[in-house]
Design a protein around this ligand. Sequence first.
Ligand SMILES: [Zn+2]
Length: 533
Amino acid sequence: MLSCAMIAGTSLLFNNATAINTPGEKSNFNPAPQKALPRIAIAGLAIESSTFSPALTHEEAFHAKYGASVYSSYPFFADDSPIRKRAVWLPSLIGKSLPGGAVTREAYESLVNKTLDSLKKNGPYDGLFLDIHGAMSVAGLDDPEGDFIVRIRKVIGTKTIISTSMDLHGNVSLRLAENTDLITCYRMAPHEDAMETKQREVKKLLQRLESGKGKPAYKAWIPIPVLLPGEKTSTRIEPAKSIYEAVAPAAAQQGIIDAAIWVGYAWADEPRNHAVVMVTGDDKEKVTGTAERLAQSFWNARSGFSFVAPTGTLEECLNKAIASTKHPFFISDSGDNPTAGGAGDVTWTLKEILARSEFKSASGPSLIYASVPGPGLVQKAIAVGIGGRVEGNAGAEVDARYAGPVEISGTVKAIEYGGRDAEVEVVVQVGSVYVIVTKKRKPYHYEKDFTRLTLNPRKTDIVVVKIGYLVPELYDMRADWLLAITPGGVDQNLERLPYKRIQRPMFPLDKTMADPDLSARLVAASDKAFQRN
Ligand SMILES: [Zn+2]
């Protein structure tokens, strides 16, 4: 049923835009074809949020940008960029949060309604660039991205071409597949191609509008019953390396617009959480054949996916790091990785480290721990200043399931203000351990995150970070690396998670499952899908 809020999707594009106007209008002769620029909206909400974490995400975590400030999130939308000149851009709202726990219903409704209000004001639109992650969990609402795009359609109508760009750890429900027109995701993990992917999707939208080709004739969607942690699907190593290297050539074929493989998101318990392949284009055989080939390659490789680094219990990892001659020796504290959706304040690992005799004296092996939120301790550190002694608790305010607050007693080595996420960061030395305590949780992904706190990770024996696979800067710095399977809201051992609602059978939880049907499903075009909503 069409909503009365819908604005008729009148094409403002070209008088002779065949794919947008009805065939009867095609012959309208315009003696001086004046190409009007397409009108394209920009919108999107991005977060991956774990339903296995007790944390909740509120609206302010999205750092929403409105109107012209949206351009600052994309280098390719800079004032003097060629892309800016190819359309009348109408930015609505872009919100991007650190991963975390489920988004509150209140925050979701507020952000969605602000987006819809702005879209209502500036329509109609020839196109909409939808920039989402795809793994948002909202308390009490399944498939939020599917809900979001249907509500957008109710405002902008069905003639507008929606081009959706996603993270490969997002989920593509049938509803999302039907209601978007173009769709893609990253081809690299870690996501070194994130901005390139968004730019590609914007360019493909422009090409479809400028050429008059409009919506793709075919969209193939193949759900694959595989659920893997991102740490087993780094495209730096096989089998994901070869699988993902095949995506760009597949997308470059004549008759194909784009091709993409989603690993999906393992830490939310919904029917949509699994891997997906989608291919869009105008050549039916190539679209379906390419999708089936990519899906089959992913399924065939399912048993080969393994962790990007050797793994172990925390005790095993610490023993090896202490005995090693390779420094800095990185250890990923993976169960509470805030960039996958962990609360970021689990204290279990830090408590274990501080209890080890090797680190009790300042002459022990040097170890940086990044990080634990402790606003109270940060306040005390500010009061005594650098060089002062501080004592207090940190962590376990959100996720205390594995350990309570950690007692930290030591010397303040650094105090830094102004981080967007942390707000205030302090370093407290306890024995030979340098604990980074933050006012709010923050990921530590860059060398400067450490050096601005007067820490030198390159000259430190052991660096423990709440992270999964090492991001490029840390990876390049490591002399050695182990991934510790630690407890938290993003436990890497999926078999420990209490799934109830994902589809079964699912690999690797159901090890003896039969081969699934991986034939391509041609999903409804967005206008047909919308009429059902
Ligand atoms: Zn991702």
